[in-house]
Write a protein that binds this ligand. Sequence first.
Ligand SMILES: Cc1cc2nc3c(=O)[nH]c(=O)nc-3n(C[C@H](O)[C@H](O)[C@H](O)COP(=O)(O)O)c2cc1C
Length: 333
Amino acid sequence: MTLMTKFTEVFGVEHPIAQGGMQWVGRAELVAAVANAGGLGFITALTQPTPADLSREIQKTRELTDKPFGVNLTILPAINPPPYDEYRQVIVNEGIKIVETAGSNPAPHLPMFHDNGIKVLHKCTSVRHAVKAQSLGVDGISIDGFECAGHPGEDDVPGLVLIPAAAKHIEIPMIASGGFGDARGLVAALALGADGINMGTRFMATVESCIHDNVKQAIVDGDERGTELIFRSLHNTARVASNVVSREVVEILKGGGQFEDVKDLVAGVRGRKVFDDGDIDAGIWTVGTVMGLIDDIPTVGELISRIVTEAEQLITNRLIDMVTVPSSEELSA
Ligand SMILES: Cc1cc2nc3c(=O)[nH]c(=O)nc-3n(C[C@H](O)[C@H](O)[C@H](O)COP(=O)(O)O)c2cc1C
C-alpha cells in the first residue's frame, strides 16, 4: 500500500514526507537518507560557506543516492547578504530539479528556476503569503504553523487552523509543516487538507543527522514546553530550544533591549558549538514543540517507513472502524 497525493505526483517522490531546509543540519548524509527512504530531502544551501561548497555537497549527496532530492534557499534580509545569485547558479548548474524557497518573496528567483525545469516549493507561515506565492506560479506550498522550529512568523496561528484555512485557497500541492513527527500527524495533515508533511525537528533526532548525540538526546528528553520564542519585539520571531542563553535573550528584549544588546548571545558560532560539541547551553539552537512527541533516535529509513505504515493502518483500521454504515433495514425505515 502507498499513500499517493498531489504532492508525491508533482514532486516525483514515493512518500508524502519532506525534510525541510535546516541550517547546519541539512547536509548530504541526511538528505540522501531521506531520498533513499522515498521522502524529499533538501540540502540547506547557506550551510555551505561558499557556492563552490554547495556544488560539492550536491555531488556528495549524489554519491549517496540516485533518488531525487532538492536544495533549500532561505532568503532573509541581511546587512551583508550571501551571494544568492551564485548559490542559485550552482543549483541550476548541478541539475537540481526541486528547490525549497523560504524567508521572503520567491518572485526574483522563479524565472531562472522555471526556465531550467526546476520545481519550486515555497515555505511560508500565513495564508496570504501562500496565496501570493501560488499566484506567482510556484509549484507547491509548504505551510508552516506556529508549532514549528525556526521562524513561525508573527501571526501565531497553529496548524490546526492554518492548514485548513490555507487549503481553502490553495489548489497546487500543499504540504503541512510545523509540529509533525509521526503517523498521527501525517493523517491529521491529510484530513486538514494538506497533501503531505514537512518535518525538521523529527529529522534532527535520527541516526543520519550530523549533529552531536547530546543534542539528539536533548530532543528525546525534552517535552512540548521546551522552546522559547526569541526576537518577538523585533518582529522576527524564532522558535529555539529553551536554555540559559535563549531565556536571557528573551529577558533582555522584554526589558526593552535591542538586537545590539543580544547580538553576542545569538551569534551563529555559539549555535554551531551546540551542534558540533554537544554543549546544549553554549548558544541558540533551533528546535520545535514536536520535541514532546519524539522518544527515539531511529534511522531515517526506519522513521519514514514507520510513519507511512502506521498512517496507512490508522486510516484503514482505526478511522474506518469509526465509520458506521447503516444497514439496509435502517436505510429503508
Ligand atoms: C535546526 C533547524 C534549522 C532550520 N533552518 C532552516 C533554514 O535555514 N531555512 C528554512 O527554510 N527553514 C529552516 N528550518 C525550519 C524547517 O525547515 C521546518 O520548516 C521546521 O523545522 C518545521 O517544524 P518542525 O521542526 O516542527 O518539524 C530549520 C529547522 C530546524 C529544526
